[in-house]
Design a protein around this ligand. Sequence first.
Ligand SMILES: Cc1ncc(COP(=O)(O)O)c(C=O)c1O
Length: 416
Amino acid sequence: MTVASAVPATNAEGFALIADHLSPHKAQAYQAAGIGVVQGRREGIRVWDLEGTEYLNCRSSGGVFNFGHHPAFAVDALVAAVQEHDMGDWLLPSARRAQGAAALARLLPDPLRFAFFTASGAEAVEVACKLARAVTGRRGFVCAEHGYHGHVGFSLAMDDPPLSDPYRPLTPGISRVPFDDLAAAERVVCPETAAVIMETIPATGGYLVPSEGYLPALRRLCDEHGALLILDEVQSGLGRTGRMWAFEHFGVVPDMVITGKGTSAGVYPIAACCFGDRVEEHFARDPFFHPSSFAGSELGARVLEAAVERYEDPALLDHVAAMGRRLSRGLEGLIATHPDRLAGQRGLGLMRALETHSEAQGLELTRQCFAHGLLAIFAFNRQSALQIMPPLVITAEEVDEVLVRLGAAVRAMRVP
Ligand SMILES: Cc1ncc(COP(=O)(O)O)c(C=O)c1O
């Protein structure tokens, strides 16, 4: 008989358990990076470690916690759903799933009224890429350097080499171009291109905001060559930038949108690939395309429906825009005070990158953020930049609290 392991009461006990049963090397790596924190209680924008030390979450797991931790509306939706039914069988027709898709369609522009649900963002990217190949009959993809779409199959092959190299050989047919460089895209998009796939604002690349004409020009380039445009809004979508979708800032409508993270409201995994009639045509040939037991769970669909009701409240978008301005003003103040440590900031809404002068400074700022009660981490594909992405529901007082802790972290940086 196995005995349930004791619930760890300290971070050290938590790490010992992690080392015993998840990975000792991972446990060491966290601690070497100055992350001596094991997640404990959490509520709203706050997380406490196992010893009760409090952190403000400026990471939000990339948008999973758009509504903060453990939002009551999502917990209620999930509890009600699980009391009424289970996940449902992926193969059988599901009105619940269709209701979730109908809710999501309310947030999307025409013609994107169909959703294919998945259990993760990376799986939604797989779905999009398979659909693009099937619909166009072509093999090629064009994606952005320093982008991130997940870590499996197609998305792994699109990752920067440090992430993908250990797992070669990768899915062939993928060309990587610098983001926001139209000439580079023009050189590779061709009649063999099934789709151009990019994040509207590359998150792991450090929240790079494209210049105004870039996405419209990419849209035209795709149309000229009969290729599809897929925009990954897993981080930048669902209100994060002060508009429902980041692509709305640039006046384009893609052929497919990938959404995830915030679709879960932090309580149940669900992501989606959304598309219109042109892409849906594929289901005439392969109605049971992409079998996946946990994709399209009816529990996730219920949570998503509840989340959509929150996302479609126009007051939320106004709030995000206002909190984004407040955060941005505060960051400008810090940059002006510490020009030796901070080089600038960029982003839209509550998706802000604080640029240091070097990767070493980015790492040190991350360490100091943890030491000063702030969960904020450098961008993996641009390590000089600290990603600041608090829950969308952060209040003005909480933004100010974040700025106080961030200021203390910057002052404490040991790397000149
Ligand atoms: C932009 C983007 N796309 C896709 C993914 C993959 O999502 P998931 O981790 O749910 O597979 C991520 C994850 O960080 C992401 O940031």
